[in-house]
Write a protein that binds this ligand. Structure first.
Ligand code: FES
Length: 191
């Protein structure tokens, strides 16, 4: 099956095909969602935490097993969270980019903690329309800049999870977090 990255500009028939399939998938999910939503609303109404509680919730993540070059996907406030252990090469690639050339100008240093630039912690939510980008899972496509790739509409993020190509307007969001030790991060906590 053709993927978006294989589609050349002007390859209209293929592109239309992909869009049609996207629409059908969305339509199917939406339809399935109507029944499910109707069934669970009373339960959710009783059980869902208040917005205040959600806003305060934090999540501890054990990062001890994440080797350089690897990443994990976890969940923070019900949304995907990526925790990535950058290699020295990936750090060098991020640092080599002139910050003022970027659509959303931020250095890797701006997006990590002092002395911990190897730990890149971001939401796993594309800033275009909210898909979950590829690149955190083993063997997944990391896009043209070695970070993350969102196949929904072709956004490429670099090794600092900064938007480099495609429609996404901003970098992947860095949440508040604090290192509780060298191997435990509390995401959602403020320093
Ligand atoms: S949602 Fe990621 S490129 Fe559109």
């Amino acid at each position: 099956m053709a993927t978006l990255e294989q589609i050349e500009p002007g390859d209209i028939a293929q592109e239309d095909g992909v869009r049609r399939r996207d629409f059908l998938n969305v339509a199917a999910v939406s339809f399935a969602g109507v029944g499910a939503a109707a069934a669970v609303v009373p339960l959710v109404t009783q059980m869902s935490p208040s917005a205040d509680v959600l806003a305060q919730a934090s999540t501890e993540v054990d990062i001890s097993a994440i080797q350089p070059g690897q990443a994990i996907k976890t969940v923070f406030r019900k949304q995907p969270l990526f925790v990535r252990h950058l290699t020295p090469k990936e750090i060098a690639e991020a640092d080599a980019v002139p910050v003022n050339s970027l659509r959303d100008p931020q250095s890797l240093e701006d997006r990590t903690k002092p002395g911990k630039t190897q730990w890149l912690i971001t939401m796993g939510v594309c800033t275009h329309l909210g898909c979950v980008p590829l690149g955190a899972g083993e063997g997944e496509n990391r896009g043209e800049f070695g970070g993350y790739f969102c196949p929904c509409h072709g956004s490429h993020y670099d090794t600092a999870a900064r938007i480099r190509k495609g429609p996404a307007p901003t970098n992947l969001v860095v949440p508040d977090y604090v290192f509780r030790s060298d191997t435990v991060v509390e995401v959602g906590a403020k320093a």
